[in-house]
Design a protein around this ligand. Structure first.
Ligand code: NAD
Ligand code: UD1
Length: 340
């Protein structure tokens, strides 16, 4: 199948491009490089032995999108392209709504006009807000979003549900609610390329280990968790990428199913605390991380981890790679990655 991967040069997109190609599909990358670098294509080429087709441009530009859809016969779309910094979205709400919602609306329009059969959307565990239960199943209620970024994921899910309900069964879609993607390709050839100071734990930890940052701050050790630090469900990006292939293939196979829109959690089901993660990194690399304990980060919750039973049962996907493997891979990439 020919699969358009918007945001295919980004962190999760680049790994999914590799897994798609290795599963026998043809990925077509679309990216505007607003949060990635063209050099990631070199890494993809080194892994695959060839350079996938790239269309450089913006998903919010219908003229550009039309030219891509007219040139390629697209069977399915994985839509990663979005802005994703929570704090920035509070400062620039319209930019986030325009980019994240505008791109989805325009792409769905194209999908309907060009007979696309499958659409996978990057959602987030952020839609659950402060969860009432742990682990979190898909049936847990979505909570009012606390940032424009989080709101774009909730609105995005609703747009997708309503659009595919009216698509006469031709277009089917899934929203994948990612927990905390980390790691890098085990080859060390592709990985996350945070521009500027990283907000997320693992990129910050990697840069601290590499000596680019002096100290990691642990945001709070007074949470109601066993060691007082926040608990998250860290999933290896290669496992996450493979979940997209399982989802796409199920959408193509389900052409008779009355269900046109599905939602899946993509996590390991295991919660790991910030302190445990630092300890695991230190154990597998032998590097000591200098850290201090600071105050809680506004908006953070104590604990968040997935109940991944639905995707396991329906799509036969489950996370296989360990936290230690993810941290080793992220560290290999940190040592190889191009310096800004
Ligand atoms: P990323 O920033 O590395 O990748 C996104 C890519 O999309 C970038 O290459 C960027 O240049 C591109 N892009 C953005 N807007 C575009 C536009 N209008 N047109 C064309 N290209 C555009 O982010 P990621 O971590 O790979 O995340 C991918 C998706 O997963 C996003 O939708 C994000 O919100 C979602 N998500 C990520 C996480 C996470 O922790 N990384 C967690 C939950 C959900
Ligand atoms: C954050 C976003 C979330 C987004 C996800 C992926 C917030 C509030 N949430 O999730 O919406 O989907 O990133 O982009 O921004 N931590 C430290 N020190 C650090 C960084 C983080 O202790 O320097 C802690 C945090 O307090 C948290 C854990 O590490 O307990 C994970 O943080 P992070 O990697 O930023 O992910 P989330 O906050 O879960």
């Amino acid at each position: 199948m020919k699969i358009l991967v918007t945001g295919g040069a980004g962190f999760i997109g680049s790994h999914t491009v590799v897994e798609l190609a290795q599963a026998g599909h043809t990925p077509i990358i679309l990216d505007n490089f607003s949060n990635s670098r063209p050099s990631i294509l070199d890494g993809i080429k080194d892994i695959l032995g060839y350079r996938p087709t790239l269309h450089t441009g913006d998903c919010t530009n219908p003229v550009f999108l039309t030219s891509v859809f007219e040139r390629e016969h697209i069977d399915g779309i994985i839509h990663f392209a979005a802005l994703k910094a929570v704090g920035e979205s509070l400062e620039q709400p319209l930019r986030y709504y325009r980019n994240n919602i505008g791109s989805l609306v325009d792409l769905l329009d194209m999908a309907l006009h060009h007979g696309v059969r499958a659409f996978v959307f990057s959602s987030s565990a952020t839609v659950y807000g402060t969860p009432d239960m742990l682990p979190i199943p898909e049936t847990a209620p979505r909570k009012p979003a606390t940032s424009p970024y989080g709101n774009t994921k909730q609105i995005g899910e609703d747009i997708l549900r309503d659009t595919t309900a009216m698509a006469n069964g031709i277009l089917r879609s899934s929203a994948l609610r990612y927990f905390n993607p980390i790691g890098a390709h085990p080859s060390g050839l592709i990985g996350e390329l945070p521009l500027g100071t990283p907000n997320n734990l693992v990129p910050y930890l990697m840069q601290t280990a590499a000596g680019k940052r002096t100290t990691l701050t642990v945001f709070g050790n007074d949470y109601p968790t066993p060691d007082g630090t926040g608990i998250r469900d860290f999933i290896h990006v290669v496992d996450l990428a493979q979940a997209h292939i399982s989802t796409l293939e199920s959408l193509f196979a389900a052409q008779e199913s009355p269900e046109t829109f599905t939602v899946y959690n993509v996590g390991t089901g295991k919660g790991t605390s910030v302190k445990e993660l630092i300890g695991t990194f230190e154990r597998v690399t032998g590097i000591t991380i200098p850290y201090t304990v600071g105050s809680r980060r506004p908006g953070d919750i104590a604990a968040c981890y997935a109940d991944p039973q639905k995707i396991k049962k329906e799509l036969k996907w489950e996370a296989k790679l360990s936290l230690a493997q993810a941290l080793e891979d992220a560290w290999r990439w940190q040592q190889n990655s191009p310096k800004p």
